[in-house]
Design a binder for this molecule. Sequence first.
Ligand code: AP5
Ligand code: MG
Length: 212
Amino acid sequence: MKPQLILLGAPGSGKGTQAAKIVSEFGYNHLSTGDLLRAEILKGSELGNKVKEIIDAGNLVDDATVLELLKVNCDLSGHSYIFDGFPRNGEQAKALDNTVLGNSKAIAIYFKLDLEVLVERITNRRIAPTSGRIYNLLSNPPQVEGVCDESGEALIQRKDDNEETVRNRLNVFKETINPVLEYYRSKNCLVEIDATKSQDEVFSQISNIINN
Ligand code: AP5
Ligand code: MG
């Protein structure tokens, strides 16, 4: 069985983009806590209403809420998962091991890049709400403006992708990521990749990690 993958990286570093490639090439299950939370907001559920303002401001949702959402959406028996956007702090890293992963083999992949490039990347992101496909107006635009190549649906911009919120998300990332990296480094399962490269080059680095 392929190792469980934990994708760590700043907002806009390419986690969701690479997760889609890993799913189609290696058959992983993709579990993004951000996607799960946004789906709750879209449904207008009690949970969605509780977290909406927090996400729109670019702050972190409380650990217990996110962990619960993760647990109900994840069944490790016989499946390899990509954990995208979880864990976000040291407590979540421990909780992932204690309540979900247990003794499963896992690799944490850190998408390393200079945070300065990310504001431009994220404010130019557009997504297809149903197919989940991710575009970028500068580096990866759709064939027809505003329309998903795959599903034909209208592309939207995430509410937290405006410049002010992006800057806050990057600050939150800087304040919380070090204990997470330290946790996986001390377990000897942290691998760093160069996330400044093109999407294909980043994917090739990840493929090598999965295959070796
Ligand atoms: P989440 O949805 O996880 O957002 P994030 O971590 O901020 O990451 P993004 O989805 O913005 O970036 P990405 O790395 O996936 O980049 P992408 O591939 O799209 O979380 C959102 C919110 O939910 C959080 O702020 C928080 O409130 C809450 N939340 C979620 N998880 C939580 C948790 N565990 N605990 C507490 N709260 C939580 O790419 C970005 C753009 O760049 C795209 O336009 C893409 O086309 C482009 N791009 C991708 N790769 C490249 C490349 N190699 N070169 C050039 N452009 C590229
Ligand atoms: Mg994402």
